[in-house]
Design a binder for this molecule. Structure first.
Ligand code: UD1
Ligand code: CA
Length: 477
């Protein structure tokens, strides 16, 4: 496909979106609308791409880079015909065929692009156009056909009379062109129409004037022709791509318990025999291994979860890694650069940030671990935290293999605890602890007998307890 190029029209603002972001840059299932269009072209085998940019172009450039495309700038948006002309000026000489795509139509499939190319060649037409038959064609250009089935005209909604508006076959804005025809036809377009724009669709008239034809190809799936013009259509397109993604995952051996309530973005990969429960969001470039259980309400963003791991309900992880067979959650927050070792157990209400947790280590209840390196088979007791921030900088905590941290331990970083050491419950660790040592800091426990009965009898009455006589509280239980 060396002689084919795609021109992707992406210069418009998209007024109906009511947004500062250009329409084509709005994410659809986690990737910009125009990214999906370019991916369809690439998957159809087209390597050479020109992106026509204008409004908010810097927001579209990352996609251009993803596909190593070239950029054509359309300073003012004079219409799709003018945009195509800008794109054409950037085509290498070797290109013989051009596919023109709308950056706002993310539901197009690669096989449809290939079919459109071959229809044009087979019919010897100067152009082929992808059409769709919609129940509600409002807003789209309508396809008026010749008796022989070729296209007689494409009429924009705003230029259409009542009889044309009744036509349900619409223009998708996706075309395959013979390059020479595009080159001769585009300069001839005029802007004599309701919107005072240069319509790419008027090339149909140029073809007829040359005694040539434009052939329509009806999309088998009318969803493919949908463009995004409003937020409602954006949500509709996202829903359709989401279903396609989940179907593909299920076909590859992933259990999706409730596809209507599961959100998996375009680039996410999930291995065989993994189970995804309802209310889960898997986003960005996340990779989920084989046999992973992702339970209800989990949010996984740009993270790696290895084979056999389990994410218990309401676990939120971002730019983190959970290694093989580790169990995380429920209600765990793994923040960026957290790395949870094989077979580790990070339990409920635990937050981990920028820390490595060794294999088989347990940190089960209400814990904060930040800027730490924790060895293998350690145990971090309930309510313990790394005090990693002194108000100015962050400091590191190192816990060796097999360290036992008693409950409610404060680790004042920078600090390290050698392997096999034991920290008594309630300790504030302010100095390094050598291997195999016991470290413990505790205020002396004071007990004043009968104090509550004497000083705060009201508290006892409030709890329904009789206030004992002073004699009875002496030494009693
Ligand atoms: C266009 C078609 C219409 C078709 C519809 C399908 C024309 C005249 N009309 O209408 O027949 O049914 O698409 O969705 O072609 N763009 C530019 N520069 C411009 C104008 C548009 O780059 O000057 C880009 C937009 O960013 C967008 C695409 O072209 O990605 C389509 O533009 P839009 O204004 O949405 O076209 P429609 O009015 O929907
Ligand atoms: Ca328009």
């Amino acid at each position: 496909m060396k002689e084919i190029s795609a021109i992707i029209l992406a210069a418009g603002k998209g007024k109906r979106m009511k947004s500062a972001l250009p329409k084509v840059a709005h994410p659809v299932l986690g990737r910009p609308a125009v990214w999906h269009v370019a991916a369809a072209a690439r998957d159809a085998g087209i390597r050479d791409m020109v992106f026509v940019l204008g409004f908010g172009r810097d927001k579209v450039l990352p996609t251009v880079e993803d596909f190593r495309g070239r950029v054509a700038i359309q300073e003012s948006q004079f219409g799709t015909g003018d945009a195509a002309r800008c794109g054409l000026a950037q085509l290498p000489a070797r290109i013989r065929e051009v596919v023109v795509l709308c950056g706002d139509a993310p539901l197009l499939r690669p096989e449809t692009i290939r079919a459109l190319l071959s229809v044009r060649r087979r019919k010897g037409a100067v152009a082929s156009v992808l059409t769709g038959v919609l129940d509600d064609p409002t807003g789209y250009g309508r396809i008026v056909r010749n008796p022989d089935g070729t296209v007689a005209r494409i009429v924009e909604e705003k230029d259409a009379d009542d009889s044309v508006r009744k036509i349900r076959e619409v223009n998708s804005g996706t075309y395959a062109f013979d390059r020479a025809f595009l080159e001769s036809g585009l300069p001839r377009l005029t802007d004599v129409n309701a919107q005072r724009e240069y319509y790419l669709t008027d090339l149909v008239l140029e073809a007829l004037a040359l005694g040539r034809c434009v052939v329509p190809m009806v999309a088998g799936d009318p969803d493919e022709v949908r463009g995004i013009n409003s937020r409602a259509e954006l949500a509709g397109a996202t829903g359709i791509l989401r279903k396609r993604k989940l179907s593909a995952l299920m076909d590859s051996g992933v259990t999706v318990v409730d596809p209507d309530r599961t959100h998996v973005e375009t680039k996410v990969r999930v291995g065989q025999d993994s189970v995804i429960e309802p209310g889960v969001f898997l986003t960005g470039a996340s990779r989920i291994g084989r046999g992973v259980l992702v339970q209800a309400g989990c949010i996984v963003q740009d993270s790696v979860v290895e084979d056999g791991a389990q994410l218990r309900p309401y676990t939120v992880i971002s730019q983190a890694r959970v290694r093989k067979n580790a169990v995380v959650g429920p209600f765990v927050h793994l923040r960026p650069l957290s790395d949870i070792g094989e077979d580790a157990r990070i339990g409920n209400f635990v937050e981990v940030k920028k820390s490595r947790i060794g294999r088989g280590t347990k940190a089960n209840h209400l814990i904060y671990i930040g800027d730490a390196v924790v060895g293998k088979n350690a145990n971090v007791g309930a309510g313990s935290i790394t005090c990693n921030y002194d108000g100015i900088s962050k400091h590191t905590t190192v816990l060796g293999d097999g360290v036992f941290v008693g409950s409610d331990t404060m680790l004042i970083a920078p600090v390290s605890v050698g392997k096999g050491a034991l920290i008594g419950a309630g300790t504030t660790v302010t100095r390094n602890v050598p291997a195999y040592a016991l470290a413990m800091s505790r205020a002396e426990l004071k007990i004043a007998e009968g104090w509550v009965a004497r000083k705060k009898p009201g508290l006892l009455r409030k709890s329904g307890l009789a206030v004992p006589s002073p004699k009875k509280t002496k030494g009693g239980a």
